[in-house]
Ligand binder design. Sequence first.
Ligand SMILES: *Cc1c(COP(=O)(O)O)cnc(C)c1O
Length: 569
Amino acid sequence: MKINANKLRRHIVRKFCHTSGDSERLQALMEYTQHLNDYILSEGKKWQANLPELQFLSGTRTDLGPKFPARYYSYLDELDKGEDYEPVDDKEILQEVARFFRGSLRSGSPNALFNMLPEASIEATAAAWLVTTYNPNMLMDFFGGEALLIEQQVCRYIGKWAGWPQSMGIACNGGKFTLLYAIRLAISRMEPESAKTGLPRDLVILCSEGAHYCVEHAASLLGLGADNCLRVAGTKDGVMDPNELQRVLDEQHLNGRRIAAVICSGGTTINFNCEDTCKILQSINDFSIRHSLRQRPYLHLDSVIGWIYLSTLNMDSESIFAHFSEPETRKRIAEVQRRLEGISGFDSMGVDFHKNGLCPYASSFFIASDRRFMDELGDGNYKYCDKDFHYGQFRTYRYTFENSRPGQGILAAWVNLRRLGRRGYADYLALLHRARNSVSDALARHSFFRVLNESSLGWEVVFAILFAPDIISLSQSHEELAMSFMQECWERVNAGYNLPLFSIVPGYRINNDPENIITAFLVYPMRQYSDEEWDDIVKLIAAQVNDFQDRLRSQQLSIERIQIDRPVR
Ligand SMILES: *Cc1c(COP(=O)(O)O)cnc(C)c1O
């Protein structure tokens, strides 16, 4: 798009007196956004052009990589520079916008394979963008309008997949919020007075060993305390060990503790740990009856990733066959279907549309099987009744963490749900598994890669690099080699080379076996590519392994003791 600088300036100067939705303003927004984008792309290319060509891999500077080239700096030093920020001209604003993106992931890059990075659809992104331009507030429908109904329709839509005909919920900023809502709600249900009087001291929550690392922090933020979140040991299938679950439940009960909630895994980023929901339901019901509990522990499914499998719950074997052409994928889908069957008896679940719902950040939903949460998440002074559920009366701020709330995630999710429907998401799930199978096959074509997570029910690929024997003798451990190799790969991507950005998994448990541990690597395919394209991506990893080993042999490189933190995922 050609930018008319004067026109642009006119629009920008008029920054205090435009009208939302007026098409001239939208035009100006689009043009200015395009202008910013042209600038950051040209800056990115400039930074990249300063890089030396890689001798063993040419052509990795022609296109931008999975990251805008990064700059290394100290936060505290930068902040201490003590600049008096004077207003700057347009050109410097462009530079600041470009700086914002330095070192950040470019989700559109084919080499962005680090984690479950959203590949947002054009439709959902445009919808979210439009919400930004109109800027409605989701705190009540008098301000936010029908968006608040659509928020509930998203929840009902997915809730029905779980077998909850009365489901309602809350759009929120991330999966962690869905856990915060679940735990807070569980506490209120166990101890209704707590909304007014504060937390009782005898509550604990349980989750599985493989549950997301933020469960403890959620407990801590809520004042329950991280120590009152107990992890139950798992089996090789990545589910809570049923005997251990019984033991912990009874032990806590005997100690006079009340179990407010069991936070169940509904699929995790690595190994797709997913509880057998029927078994959990049975155990919790038995436990409650055995001890004549007044209130059964609250059951939440952390399905921020696994929700997409719910799209298949109503499929018979014939449609499974039609949707999932590969036998190994069909087996995985059938197993997850079986494990999720008990979800209809659960109280709530989490859904992250920004993970695998083809939506931009942040588009998470806490979905409850009914609407009791509206009262139970309140401050104890309000009960929702019929009159609240008419246009002009509906207010969410009484039960939400946030007061003013953004609406981008709501419209993005709804647009994709309506475009794709339940079957469309099942197709996307099929595509993800096809991608996993292609990547695994591509890795298997190289003798020094070994795929480790054959038994996972997800679509991630975890693999080991088998370094050559003479290389292993140069180092203290396989782990040290793996870490050094990862460090090198990350440094290249940070510098701006267009190479695969993948990840390392220190202490990976092969088949969830705590005795069978290795430092592994992780590739997260989120897109549809041909087998040849996956092959090319894997070749770029292989070329870096070869180079790493060559330089160690010729002593151009030595292994330094380095410490990589467990990467956040
Ligand atoms: C990603 C994830 C979370 C946290 O979600 P955010 O959207 O990053 O806040 C929680 N649980 C599981 C299983 C996850 O994969």
